[in-house]
Design a protein around this ligand. Structure first.
Ligand SMILES: Cc1cc2nc3c(=O)[nH]c(=O)nc-3n(C[C@H](O)[C@H](O)[C@H](O)COP(=O)(O)OP(=O)(O)OC[C@H]3O[C@@H](n4cnc5c(N)ncnc54)[C@H](O)[C@@H]3O)c2cc1C
Length: 504
């Protein structure tokens, strides 16, 4: 992320004149965390002007989420970003509330991928900048509201107030969202009841522990290849303390000692943090011209990277819809499907995280439930179900249309022979817009008037392909199937619903 001086709206420009402290754009994104960056890039890719305001002056160095799940890897693949991510370590084994769970499911990126959040953010930021996104760091949003057919906002920077005017504002400003406060958006749920204390510590030597339940509490420890040990501890029966700042390292070391008997107080803490089992979700992800995504829309205990992956997938769902709306190609009602689809997914993930929090932080009273679940996860069907949910691969949106096994689901990975080449479904999703994938020589054609928003590709798949060998699939830019058929029945209606009316 560029330092704030280069991006400051009131900096003197070459020649001595001051740049304007007023900025008009099509979409204002608040927050350059992973979700804001993903959204901004998707909007820019959709042909929309985007300004991002970010209160941090430089990149985040916080050691937060470290897991990308299979669906997020597919999304990054569909945008050709995997080479930038590199070759992260892959761990097939994850957990459900601390119970070991094999996360591998059929697909090109099975299991979980260990990518530090700072790396994910760097990749997304570089992508957003390459697409022309204007990121203004060192600017803290302080006011925002809808005025007529626009949103007006103010961001405070080092040299004063930057006034912004946009057709839409998307709040990606994290768990303590300023926009949520300013709009008074309802955020039902509950505050933290229990918490885990955490520290990244140098100079200690404790055994690695993977969700070890001891007599007095839960302990987790692992040492990375730089010799830094992350410790996490919860003392059974303890309650979350109301906090306005991070706990002290002394507090972490004291709880660690009580739970494990080990003394880590002589180590050097690099990062100390606590997180609780709070669970809240906005009643509505859309408030007119103001929308919410990521942690600004839902608060959850950060277990197994699900919060980060959920947020990135919010952005992936919203980006193309908002781009089509802003460009006047699709009706405003398309934005309502963002709330309908992502609120339901968020509700399910939050419930899954709450169940995991009970299993993880519950004391001895949780043991019978853990034992029973331990037996259940050994059943293949149960494992598949939980792995599908955690990986994000089983998300299926309530897309209207004749029943089809893939309707609303993501286009599964397969190889498609087309035009003398073999392409993966991720590669087919790389061009901007939707995809009409016509398989097996059915006579389905793209009706006139949508070629500016949808690309038709005819091809063949091998026997046993999860797409089925014949038929046509209309796929949205986020990779979800919006229509499926062997004739053109219902295709024009689906095109209009998801891509706006035909234009000749
Ligand atoms: C301390 C901490 C530790 C975490 N640890 C883990 C973990 O171990 N595992 C895990 O899975 N998840 C973890 N998470 C959750 C994970 O990091 C988040 O789910 C993820 O970062 C969500 O991305 P986001 O873009 O929605 O929000 P954020 O990453 O929080 O980004 C929001 C951005 O908005 C900016 N911002 C806020 N207010 C304003 C404003 N008024 N004006 C301008 N900019 C503003 C912030 O500076 C920030 O850059 C952790 C979160 C936190 C806060």
């Amino acid at each position: 992320m560029a330092p704030d001086s280069a991006a400051d709206g009131a900096e003197p420009a070459p020649g001595g004149t001051r740049r304007p402290d007023r900025l008009d754009t099509q979409v204002l994104v608040v927050g350059a965390g992973p979700v804001g960056l993903m959204l901004a890039a998707e909007l820019a890719r959709g042909g929309v002007d985007v300004v991002v305001v970010e209160r941090r002056k430089g990149p985040s160095t916080e050691s937060r989420a470290s897991t990308l799940h299979a669906r997020t890897m597919e999304i990054l693949d569909a945008r050709e970003l995997l080479p930038d991510v590199g070759t992260p370590p892959n761990e097939p084994r994850g957990h459900f509330g601390g119970l070991p769970l094999d996360l591998t499911l059929p697909g090109p990126h099975p299991g979980q991928w260990k990518v530090p959040q700072t790396r994910t953010e760097a990749v997304l930021e570089e992508w957003a900048l390459s697409l022309g996104v204007d990121i203004r760091c060192g600017h803290e949003l302080a006011a925002a509201g809808e005025v007529g057919d626009h949103v007006e906002a103010e961001a405070v920077g080092r040299d004063g107030v930057l006034r912004l005017r946009a057709r839409y504002l998307v709040a990606c400003d994290g768990e303590d969202s300023t926009v949520r406060r300013l709009t008074g958006a309802g955020f039902p749920g509950h505050d933290a009841v229990r918490e885990l204390l955490r520290a990244d510590v140098e100079g200690i030597d404790v055994p690695d522990r993977r969700f070890q339940r001891l007599e007095r509490g839960l302990a987790v420890a692992w040492r990375n290849d730089r010799g830094v040990t992350r410790v996490m501890a919860h003392e059974f029966g303890s309650t979350a303390r109301p906090r306005t700042s991070a706990p002290s390292f002394e507090e972490v070391a004291t709880v660690w000692k009580r739970v494990t008997g080990e003394d880590i107080s002589g180590g050097t803490p690099l990062w100390v943090n606590s997180f609780g089992d709070a669970s809240r979700q906005l009643a509505s992800y859309r408030h007119g011209r103001i929308l919410f995504a990521g942690d600004a829309a839902h608060r959850q205990m950060p277990i197994g990277g699900q919060a980060l992956n959920l947020g990135l997938q919010d952005a992936f769902n919203l980006g193309w819809k908002l781009a089509l709306t802003v460009r006047g190609q699709a009706p405003e009602s398309l934005l309502d499907t963002y709330h309908e689809e992502r609120h339901a997914v968020g509700r399910r993930v939050l419930a899954d995280i709450e169940a995991q929090a009970l299993l993880l932080l519950g004391g001895p009273e949780a043991e019978p439930l853990r034992a029973l679940l331990g037996e259940l996860v050994a059943l293949e069907e149960v494992r598949d179900h939980l792995a599908g949910m955690i990986s994000g691969l089983d998300v299926r949106y309530p897309v209207p249309g004749p029943a089809h096994p893939l309707l609303g689901a993501r286009l599964p990975h397969t190889a498609v022979r087309t035009g003398g080449r073999e392409l993966t479904t991720a590669e087919l999703l790389r061009p901007r817009g939707g995809l009409l994938l016509v398989l097996g020589g059915t006579g389905v054609r793209l009706p006139g008037g949508w070629a500016d928003r949808v690309t038709a590709v005819a091809g063949e798949v091998g026997p046993g392909s999860p797409t089925g060998e014949t038929g046509a699939l209309l796929v949205r830019p986020d990779g979800h199937v919006a229509w499926a058929g062997r004739t053109e029945d219902g295709l024009a209606e689906a095109l209009e619903r998801w891509f706006g009316p035909a234009r000749n």
